[in-house]
Design a protein around this ligand. Sequence first.
Ligand SMILES: Cc1cc2nc3c(=O)[nH]c(=O)nc-3n(C[C@H](O)[C@H](O)[C@H](O)COP(=O)(O)OP(=O)(O)OC[C@H]3O[C@@H](n4cnc5c(N)ncnc54)[C@H](O)[C@@H]3O)c2cc1C
Length: 298
Amino acid sequence: MASKNVLAELKDFADCIQTNASLAPFTQLKMGGPAEVLILPRTLDELSAVLKRCFDQQLRFRILGSGGNVLVHDEGVKGIVLRLAAPAFTQISTNGSRLKAGCGATLAAVIANATHHGLAGLETLVGLPGTIGGALLLNAGDRTSDIGQFVRRVEVLDNQASVQMREHDELRFTSTGTILDDPVLLSAEFDLEPERPESIVKRLRKSWIQFKATQPFSYQSAARIFKNPAGLNAAVLIEQTGLIGTKVGAAIVSDRNPNYIVVEPGAFARDVLRLIDLIRTRVHERFHLELELAISVW
Ligand SMILES: Cc1cc2nc3c(=O)[nH]c(=O)nc-3n(C[C@H](O)[C@H](O)[C@H](O)COP(=O)(O)OP(=O)(O)OC[C@H]3O[C@@H](n4cnc5c(N)ncnc54)[C@H](O)[C@@H]3O)c2cc1C
């Protein structure tokens, strides 16, 4: 049940609020408890007003994209979870070689739109679950390219809930994410390369095959768990501990890529957390290294 004071502070937004709302359908692992309050703002003004209220009343909030990088505790999440799923936040448009996308749009939709308009560059991200917001924050990609290299500007809500534009020179994308620390990413503009859609589709097919080869594809629910330590590969380290295939409850270390945990139906977040602890302990015992979580635990 949502605590009375949170709901009282949000009573003006009753039309876009759900209490005790299940988050499992909105995460890739499809597990975990409910959000105390889930808000789906319908317009930028509504989002900005909610955010302002959160700041003024010191209410904790989080933004959920497509939950590719989030593990929700079985007990659920206290406070507010915001989803930018309304059309106001998922629009995609092109102008010459520039593509603009709302941060609630999925990578899949953006890649499809870019391909349709003959704009190349984002092909290596094909298959990756995620919204533009989550992908920007984590600088999603593989070893060959990442989303950050195509970003020209990002529109955000700052910590006064005001719209700001972060230009190319202020953005720095690294192998683990970005320095953007604004509370909400609203939209991004990408500079892409004009190319014949047929040639882009050919590359997309190739990238898709390569992506699938590294994925635990026979499981619907999976998550990439650890960051690669500097100069090392987390999957290789985990493989060398002999934990491939190890199962805790219904959570399993993937044999396709040991840096993924895959889950069978009926798994709990606590199974995944226990498996994470086991992997970290074994890697530490063997290599004296602390694996850092890539996934956020809510
Ligand atoms: C099977 C599988 C394979 C994957 N493979 C890869 C891979 O090859 N390469 C890779 O880089 N990643 C990979 N990932 C991780 C993940 O898919 C990506 O990092 C993705 O970009 C996360 O986007 P999301 O929308 O799901 O973000 P979420 O998981 O929903 O959120 C991630 C973080 O971003 C924040 N956030 C989301 N949207 C916004 C916003 N609009 N404003 C502010 N903050 C926001 C959230 O609060 C959270 O802190 C994989 C994940 C899975 C499940």
